[in-house]
Design a protein around this ligand. Structure first.
Ligand code: MEV
Length: 315
């Protein structure tokens, strides 16, 4: 038996970190994908092959003994082998064109494609079940996940997301172009999220005010998207970045990149957990080439991405 699925990466346009505490966020799936292929094998071992390495363990192995980046996929395989009393093991192969560990959703896209491919070995696909399994798997490496990343990787498009209310597609989709710039500094989402938790504990009242401000910012941003007001949207991007700086997830390298990207784009900010990873710059056809050129001239790896409207694809 064989089954294959792919899912897109993502960027967070507004609201990372605050979304964990119940505020709204805006996310966008990007046209870079991860593909997971699963097949049953007679030997009682789960083998996972990817660019990050190969692991092979008995399905009974404790999660704590599995290397972090591949732990979510092992979790899904082991859980479903047990649930379906499958006699044998699994070979799982992951291929990806999403850079790993830089905030572009490689881990959530892998959880979504992995949950779909592995479930597909046993039964017909059900999107809600895939999402539940993917978020549960993501929590084996980032226990406070808001579920936002897996949701946009599964459904694709541009969406407003809130942990308590769910998601709503933003329609019609924005007409901006996104330039991503990579700081080349890998980060652990779980560690950065723990850092913000520390900030919140020390600054309870201020954090509450910031959560309310983030909700307003997301509402304003949605209006600007609907009105095709790139200047207004850029102002929102810059405001969001200053909030991310205040909660401690920016650093010198990211601030330097943002300053450069701000000189040609409508606005730029961290996307994802921060403290490394990528920034995005908001552009349209009038300034995208300038932004790419300026970042490249300053020795910063950058590329433009489009919106992925398909989400999960079961091949
Ligand atoms: C990471 O891409 C986004 C965070 O808000 C974490 C989460 O929502 O689970 C930092």
């Amino acid at each position: 038996m064989k089954s294959e699925s792919s899912a897109p990466g993502k960027i967070i346009l507004f609201g990372e970190h605050f979304v964990i505490y119940g505020t709204k966020a805006i996310l966008c799936a990007i046209n870079r994908r991860i593909t997971v292929r699963a097949e049953t094998v007679p030997r009682e071992m789960i083998t996972i092959k990817s660019k990050l390495g190969t692991i092979s363990h008995n399905p009974e192995t404790k999660l704590a003994d599995i290397d972090a980046p591949l732990r979510p996929i092992f979790h899904i395989a082991s859980k479903l082998i047990k649930r379906h009393t499958h006699k044998g093991g699994m070979l799982i192969t992951i291929s990806s064109d999403i850079p790993h560990g830089v905030g572009l959703g490689s881990s959530s896209a892998c959880c979504v494609a992995g949950a779909s491919a592995i479930l597909g070995l046993f039964k017909k696909h059900d999107r809600e079940e895939i999402l539940k399994l993917a978020i549960e798997a993501e929590k084996t490496i980032h226990r406070n996940s808001s579920g936002a990343d897996c949701t946009v990787c599964l459904y694709g498009g541009v969406m407003e997301y809130s942990k308590n209310v769910g998601f709503a597609e933003i329609n019609p989709a924005p007409e901006f172009t996104i330039v991503l710039a990579n700081s080349d500094m890998k980060h652990s989402t779980g560690d950065v999220v723990d850092g913000v938790k520390g900030f919140r504990e020390k600054n309870k009242a201020r954090f509450e005010v910031m959560c309310k401000a983030e909700d307003h910012l997301v509402n304003d941003a949605i209006l600007h998207i609907k009105n095709k007001d790139m200047i207004g949207l850029g102002v929102c991007v810059k405001k969001n970045q200053s909030m991310l700086k205040e909660i401690g997830v920016s650093n010198e390298r990211l601030e330097e990149m943002i300053k450069i990207a701000d000189s040609t784009s409508y606005g730029s900010k961290i996307t994802g957990a921060g403290d490394g990873g990528c920034i995005f710059a908001l552009n349209d056809d009038t300034n995208m080439q300038d932004t790419l050129y300026t970042l490249e001239k300053n020795g910063i790896e950058c590329f433009s991405v489009g919106i992925d409207f398909k989400g999960l694809d079961t091949i």
